[in-house]
Design a protein around this ligand. Structure first.
Ligand code: KG4
Length: 339
């Protein structure tokens, strides 16, 4: 570590992962600690917000301690503390935010609020040293589906977004209905491996000339097929159904991205967010990038889902861009990308 290095402690608690990480110069991970609550929430079939907040309270300081220890530094070596302030569950966000504010109040270190969605995009910077804006990014998670034009480290424009359900929500919901449980996305991905992607057909919602998405009709057409088969006493072929459904969603996402490339002329494309771990999505984008000569990036699996290294990376670019928040920074549960 040299004097010129900028060291950021990142803190994340927007949903059901408590995480802390130390990142150097926005690109080099010195530690990356994640305490996931997913196994605990499985018994309820989804995240219970109040319980998530309480578990964050128990985990937050041990995570921060471990992140500093693993990086071989103390809080005094940190240049700034970056923390997710939205979007997410308000009670969960407040735990990370309060911990970060406490650290900054005691040490006098700058506080940097980070938009969780920008964090997901920055996961790509941690994996690909050569990647720099500008590029197009498909941000797909449990609550968001957006095509974002990343113009610089600080400037972003949403080119298209879902008008109803997020892609992750559409996958999670159907996973629950076909009995795969929670978390639905990874289980659905596994269930569909080797399946026939053309065995079942689903609705396709045309959104005219826009880059917007709609997944509620697709979800309803999947539900109708499941119900019809059940009424006839027939079982769905789980593997083929999971494969066809995910392939259908992945193809829509990839087709929209190709349209965005044609509209903007930008041929560098990134994936970000929890659903970018999906193998059907990655395959659809791999195929599209070969066919349309795109430069495609997606983060390694651990950095696709919630983590604090991506928050520290986003915090670095905010910090060197001059952002510093005061201790009145509040949680913003509905924060949008680009803000
Ligand atoms: O980005 P993330 O960790 O949290 C949010 O900010 O929402 O994304 C969580 C979402 C969930 O919907 C989860 O089911 C989904 O990412 N997910 C996947 C896979 N891994 C995680 N969806 C499909 N296939 C996967 N392999």
């Amino acid at each position: 570590m040299s004097d010129k290095d900028v060291i950021i402690l990142g803190i994340e608690s927007s949903c059901d992962e408590t995480a802390a990480s130390v990142v150097k110069n926005g690109r080099v991970i010195m530690s990356d600690i994640i305490a996931s609550q997913a196994d605990f929430h499985e018994q309820y079939g989804g995240v219970v917000p109040e319980l998530a907040s309480r578990m964050h309270v128990d985990a937050i300081y041990p995570c921060i301690d471990s992140a500093l220890k693993e990086a071989g530094i103390t809080i005094n070596d940190v240049d700034a503390v970056a923390v997710t302030y939205g979007p997410g569950l308000v009670g969960a966000l407040l735990v990370g935010l309060s911990a970060a504010k406490g650290l900054c109040a005691v040490t006098g270190k700058p506080l940097v609020g980070v938009n969780h969605l920008h964090g997901h995009i920055c996961a790509n910077y941690l994996c690909f040293p050569e990647l720099e804006p500008e590029f197009l990014c498909l941000c797909v998670s449990g609550g968001n589906t957006q095509i974002i034009h990343v113009k610089s480290y600080h400037e972003m424009e949403i080119l298209g977004k879902t008008r109803d359900d997020a892609a992750g929500e559409a996958i999670d919901k159907i996973a629950r209905v076909i009995g795969l449980g929670y978390p639905g996305g990874p289980k659905m991905d596994k269930a569909g491996q080797g399946g026939d992607v053309h065995a079942y057909e689903f609705a396709f919602n045309h959104m005219g000339d826009t880059l917007d998405f709609s997944f509620s009709g697709i979800k309803t057409s999947a539900l109708n097929q499941i119900n019809k088969l059940r009424q006839k006493g027939e079982d769905i072929d789980l593997c083929n159904f999971a494969a066809s459904y995910q392939h259908h969603i992945a193809k829509i996402l990839a087709d929209h991205m190709v349209k965005a490339v044609e509209m903007t002329g930008i041929k560098t494309v990134c994936l970000a967010g929890g659903v970018s771990a999906n193998t059907f999505l990655r395959k659809a984008f791999d195929e599209a990038s070969t066919k349309h000569d795109l430069k495609l990036y997606y983060p390694k699996l651990r950095l696709c889902t919630d983590n604090a290294a991506m928050i520290a990376s986003a915090g670095y670019y905010e910090f060197i861009g001059g952002r510093s928040d005061d201790l009145s920074l509040n949680a913003a549960p509905s924060l949008k990308a680009g803000r």
